[in-house]
Design a protein around this ligand. Structure first.
Ligand SMILES: NC(=O)c1ccc[n+]([C@@H]2O[C@H](COP(=O)([O-])OP(=O)(O)OC[C@H]3O[C@@H](n4cnc5c(N)ncnc54)[C@H](OP(=O)(O)O)[C@@H]3O)[C@@H](O)[C@H]2O)c1
Length: 300
């Protein structure tokens, strides 16, 4: 298939790209910096130098079977003030708006990425029919919900929505956590008794490959593994398998001070979700059914 990908150079994106190359798809990546080193064979893909924020300057010719969006608004870890949050909100809106506009111009299906942000209590398990909980950093995507609703009302573009859980694996910010664990230290943010769904990056990328090849237009998929785990158990298991003797606990009130209310809310939200729909519709299943197999796969 002819795939145009925004975000193909990122953590999740580069895993998708590697799999698409293996499966001989014809790939074009939009990136701000095509000259840098990339974690895949650059000779197997075409690059278009471009910025989502300046798509009016983009020169794209030819037809594509699908446009895939796995880009992320860049922000550094740390405190997100209300002002910073408002700025990020504006940029997020432009990222989604410009991507949707590009799909419209190219008249091709769009695979859009948001996140599995659902607020559940006790044994509740959210599925795709639940409203996305726009709390904490997920509130940046409130504009996303408006745009999706508009696309559906007008039937303006063929759309598939991907809602990954917290992605872990080789690459991205997770590399830092692994290297800290290897150096003997793991940091537990807050009490850690809240549940946050997880997905190994390889399994997540497999889900995208299936969505690209099957194009199940109109569907929204949560991508998570089979076992709910609370933050504390995930971090303690990470410490255990990398023999990290030191678990640094950052109390909730300090965490809130250091990160600000938006990040704090994201880190402490309780979420249990189901992968039943993507299993049924795409025949997808995780090779790492729980964080235990997934984290063990990262030991070299
Ligand atoms: N990581 C997670 O745990 C997680 C969980 C749920 C959902 N998600 C979603 O999954 C997607 C991928 O996440 P990730 O962690 O893989 O993100 P990431 O590594 O931070 O992705 C960065 C990518 O975004 C591209 N990008 C950023 N700004 C751009 C711009 N102005 N113009 C063009 N490209 C731009 C970068 O391209 P260049 O630098 O090459 O230009 C790069 O390919 C995101 O939509 C994220 O919201 C992630």
């Amino acid at each position: 298939m002819k795939v145009l990908h925004i975000g193909g150079t990122g953590f999740l994106g580069s895993h998708i790209v590697r799999k698409l190359i293996q499966r001989n798809h014809d790939l074009t990546l939009i990136t701000r910096d095509p000259d840098r080193e990339m974690p895949f064979d650059k000779s197997k893909v075409r690059f278009i130098k471009g910025d989502v924020l300046q798509f009016d300057k983009l020169e794209i010719s030819g037809k594509f079977d699908v446009l895939v969006y796995t880009a992320m608004v860049p922000f550094r870890p740390g405190r997100i003030s209300n002002k910073k949050f408002r700025d990020l909100e504006c940029i997020t809106r432009q990222y989604f708006q410009n991507t949707i506009e590009l799909a419209r111009k190219l008249s091709c299906p769009l695979i859009l990425t948001s996140g599995a942000s659902f607020e559940t209590k006790g044994n509740e398990v959210a599925d795709e029919t639940w409203p996305i909980a726009r709390k904490g950093m997920a509130a940046l995507g409130t504009c996303y919900d408006e745009m999706i609703s508009d696309i559906k009302t007008r039937n303006s573009i063929p759309l598939i929505e991907m809602l990954p859980a917290q992605i872990y694996g080789k690459g991205g910010m997770f590399t830092k956590m692994i290297s800290m664990a290897k150096n003997g230290k793991v940091v537990l943010l807050g009490r850690g008794d809240n549940y946050l769904p997880r997905i190994h990056v390889e399994d997540c990328a497999d889900a995208y490959v299936l969505a690209i090849e099957k194009l199940p237009i109109g569907k929204r998929f949560i991508i998570c593994d089979d076992e709910s785990v609370c933050v504390k158990d995930f971090m303690l298991y990470l410490a255990k398998i990398f023999n990290a003797g030191k678990v640094v606990k950052i109390p909730g009130f300090i965490l809130r001070l250091v990160t600000g209310k938006h990040v704090f809310c994201t880190l402490t939200m309780n979420t249990k979700v189901s992968n039943e729909l993507i299993r049924k519709e795409l025949g997808w299943g995780p090779n790492y059914p729980s964080y235990r197999e997934g984290l063990r796969s990262l030991i070299e």
